[in-house]
Ligand binder design. Structure first.
Ligand SMILES: Nc1nc2c(c(=O)[nH]1)N[C@H]1C(S)=C(S)[C@@H](COP(=O)(O)OP(=O)(O)OC[C@H]3O[C@@H](n4cnc5c(=O)[nH]c(N)nc54)[C@H](O)[C@@H]3O)O[C@H]1N2
Ligand SMILES: Nc1nc2c(c(=O)[nH]1)N[C@H]1C(S)=C(S)[C@@H](COP(=O)(O)OP(=O)(O)OC[C@H]3O[C@@H](n4cnc5c(=O)[nH]c(N)nc54)[C@H](O)[C@@H]3O)O[C@H]1N2
Ligand code: SF4
Ligand SMILES: [Mo]
Length: 700
């Protein structure tokens, strides 16, 4: 290819990351991918992307990439397969799905998916398929439930100040997120504020992360105690005259009740819960009080506890007490889900959805596959699955049950994948999938405000097919209800959605690459009122009927009736006890993205080659654990074997295991989610991945 003549190639990062970077694609002289770069003219990406995606050629041309449809010949999990043609594979899948439907009803088929690609066409077309057949639905609970529910409880809307405004801030509080690893662009904008305005950076986490190493002030607190910290900060703000009463009276629901409620939520009270000193809490509160232009960047990590919604709500209340929501560079940003207003009906075909069909909790996949009545809503067993864009044998909680479920001889499992993941290894049929540069799609940013095009820029090798191909072909073969969406290409879907949403056309987006959907300053800063019907910020959420984007059918779940009605520390976490003295957080690995990239050699090497658990030296000494020792870590759900590393920068009583390693990187083949629970967090579900009590013992 003549480089001078070739047009500038671009895309967008498809991975499940709030940054959703705009990418420039660099090919070599042979027309192969050389490198991906961050687009400089995209104001959020600003020319910066993470290292693992910059070296995407390693994943695209990985020698172990799946290239042929496969049929299982060994036992489930043995990874013994034979090649089979696409036609034969699709025919066999259709036959098995039709058999399951005939014998056990359509609900016995469970199409299962998540966000391995965030492309709206390739990710969400599976809904069109399920609705057109009346197959079981899925209640999404891996990621956003406590975070979104908690944020919206206060603001009434899942949106906030323009995330680029961080650069115009005088102080940035990065709370329960590790952006150096999980959303690198947050750092780009935060560092701009520091360089240009001398902004202070405060980072709140349960151990010293790479992000905290760059902070002016690091706050290392016990997991699940953020609600207490937020309350004590607000106590000091109210006590010391930092509260903006004019704002409180105009814009919030019950400031006097809040003040009375926080009277005894002193720094000393919070110190006992968080493990911080009262002086540290006073110091942080004073900084927040003195600098009104403070930007809170609220992450997901601190909400992955059973009290996560309460913690998120409490943290989001601070900007209301200081009255800083209306200022540029201030307020609390979490996610921009509510700004997009896309018409996805051609992709998802909601009008075909029959009422009353069960939505099985994706985190309860282990329980559901093992026949748990509650997980199955008393309905038929799951007999057949199509799995796209997710790796539940690694990422879902209660792994012992997940494994037992997938091992069932009477379960027919189809996995459409790019790699032989832990889940693909359990499949009856494995279908090879294209990678994002090989198909068309469109992406919206959770951590910013762009809608971006990711067009096909490379031909796929012979073999892999895109998700929408599998959906449309299977729909034909199983006699799905008629829908125009099944006859459309990804490009046609993108064009249709853009036009139906009044965002122009595919042709326009091909020219412009992205659309900036940032709402007006007044809207983003809630100057005309918050998202609730009364226009106020709510200190007192009605948890049983709060406007969560994660409500399945409007019914609250978990122990929601004991949720505090004002910001508080809610003691619903999995508390350590004598048998389980530690709390485990399974924080992200910088060089993996969930379970993706745990197959690329450079990422495995950068993460140290094997899974570890980090433990404080004094705890290790008490247990007789030396640095590098092999240990077992367990609880009532199971036991994993991995290696210990001594670190003195963790919160007291806390252990950390970074990354979703493939199961066979653990000595006994059991991954970290063996230990985590699938019980739904209140009030609208969600798995508490960082809320696990464990014991640790030396092996030998
Ligand atoms: N212990 C613990 N567990 C966790 C978490 C944690 O913090 N700790 N985090 C949780 C969270 S937040 C999430 S979101 C989940 C994520 O869990 P997953 O969604 O399962 O994770 P990913 O690795 O992002 O993506 C899964 C797979 O999608 C495949 N894929 C990518 N693109 C395509 C495509 O175009 N077509 C097809 N067919 N496949 C594709 C990838 O190859 C990858 O194997 O994990 C959850 N699990
Ligand atoms: N490199 C990399 N990037 C990723 C991912 C990845 O796995 N690796 N996953 C992607 C996905 S799906 C998502 S949803 C986002 C999530 O990205 P984030 O919003 O950053 O959330 P988490 O990754 O769950 O955790 C962030 C931090 O919260 C900390 N944490 C855990 N418990 C607590 C607590 O109780 N209090 C406080 N204050 N902190 C706590 C963890 O130690 C971790 O450092 O990242 C995405 N980006
Ligand atoms: S994984 Fe996140 S930070 Fe990395 S390129 Fe993709 S969107 Fe950007
Ligand atoms: Mo996630």
């Amino acid at each position: 290819m003549n480089k001078a003549l070739s047009p500038k190639l671009f895309s967008a990062c498809p991975h499940d990351c709030p940054s959703t970077c705009a990418l420039d694609v660099q090919l070599d002289d042979m027309g192969r991918l050389k490198r991906l770069n961050g687009a400089k003219d995209n104001a959020y990406t600003d020319g910066v992307i993470c290292a693992k995606v910059a070296r995407y050629a390693e994943r695209l041309y990985h020698p172990e990439r799946l290239l042929k449809p496969l049929r299982r010949v060994g036992k489930k999990g043995e990874k013994r397969f034979e090649e089979i043609s696409w036609d034969a594979a699709l025919d066999l899948i259709a036959e098995k799905f039709l058999n399951a439907e005939a014998e056990f009803s359509a609900e016995s088929v469970w199409p299962y998916h998540y966000a391995g690609t965030m492309g709206l066409v390739q990710r969400d077309s599976i809904h069109r398929f399920r609705h057109a057949k009346g197959y079981s639905r899925q209640f999404d609970t891996f990621c956003t439930n406590m975070a979104w529910t908690g944020y919206v409880a206060g603001t009434g809307k899942l949106a906030g100040p323009d995330p680029r405004e961080m650069a115009a801030s005088d102080q940035i509080v990065i709370w329960g997120t590790n952006p150096v690893a999980t959303q690198v662009n947050v750092m780009t904008h935060a560092i701009k504020a520091r360089k240009q305005r001398g902004a202070r950076l405060i980072v709140i986490d349960v151990y010293e992360t790479e992000t905290m190493k760059q902070a002016d002030i690091g706050v290392i607190l016990k997991p699940g105690s953020d609600g207490a910290l937020a309350c004590a900060i607000m106590h000091v703000l109210l006590r010391d005259g930092f509260a903006d009463w004019e704002y409180l009276n105009q814009y919030t629901d019950c400031p006097k009740d809040l003040e009375a409620h926080l009277k005894d939520k002193t720094p000393e009270w919070a110190a006992a819960i968080t493990g911080l000193s009262a002086e540290k809490i006073e110091e942080v509160a004073k900084h927040i009080g003195e600098i009104k232009r403070t930007f809170f960047r609220l992450g997901y990590g601190f909400t992955r506890s059973r009290n996560g919604a309460v913690a998120m709500h409490a943290a989001s209340c601070i900007s209301a007490v200081t009255g800083s929501w209306p200022l540029e560079g201030a307020g609390a940003f979490h996610n921009n889900g509510a700004i997009y207003e896309l018409d996805k009906s051609m992709i998802e075909a909601p009008e075909l959805a029959a009422p009353g069909i069960r939505a099985i909790d994706q985190s309860m996949i282990g329980r559901a596959l093992c026949g748990d009545e509650v997980a199955l809503f008393g309905g038929p067993p799951v007999k057949a699955m199509l799995i796209q864009n997710t790796n539940p044998m690694c990422v879902a909680p209660e792994q012992e049950l997940v494994r037992k479920g997938f091992e069932r001889k009477d379960l027919f499992t189809v996995v459409h994948e790019q790699f032989m993941t832990d889940t693909a290894a359990m499949a009856d049929i494995v279908l090879p999938a294209t990678q994002f540069l090989e198909h068309d799609d469109i992406y919206k940013g959770g951590g910013h405000q762009y809608l971006l095009l990711g067009p096909k820029v490379l031909d796929a090798p012979e073999g892999p097919r895109e998700n929408i191909f599998v959906i449309n072909e299977l729909a034909k073969r199983v006699g799905a209800a008629e829908h125009s969406g099944f006859a459309m290409t990804a490009r046609e879907h993108i064009d249709w959605m853009l036009k139906a949403s009044n965002y122009g056309s595919l042709q326009e987006l091909e020219e412009n690459r992205w659309i900036d959907l940032q709402p007006d300053f007044e809207d983003a800063h809630y100057i005309n009122g918050f998202g609730h019907a009364d226009g106020k910020f709510h200190f007192r959420p009605d948890w049983g009927s709060s406007p969560s984007p994660n409500k399945p059918k409007g019914e609250p779940m978990g122990p929601w009736s004991s949720m505090p009605d004002l910001p508080d520390h809610w003691d619903s976490i999995e508390q350590p006890d004598e048998q389980h003295p530690f709390r485990l957080a399974t924080s992200p690995a910088r060089s993996f993205l969930n379970s993706s990239f745990n197959e690329t050699p450079s990422s495995i090497k950068k993460e140290g080659g094997r899974p570890e658990v980090w433990i404080r030296p004094e705890d290790a000494e008490r247990l007789g654990v030396s640095d590098g020792a092999k240990v077992k870590m367990g609880n009532k759900r199971g036991v994993v074997t991995l290696h210990a590393r001594l670190k003195d920068t963790l919160a007291p009583g806390t252990v950390i295991s970074e990354g979703l390693w493939a199961n066979d990187s653990f000595e006994d083949g059991k991954g970290i989610n063996t230990l985590t629970g699938a019980d739904p967090a209140a009030p609208y579900g969600g798995a508490a991945f960082h809320d696990t009590a464990v014991w640790i013992r030396v092996v030998g």
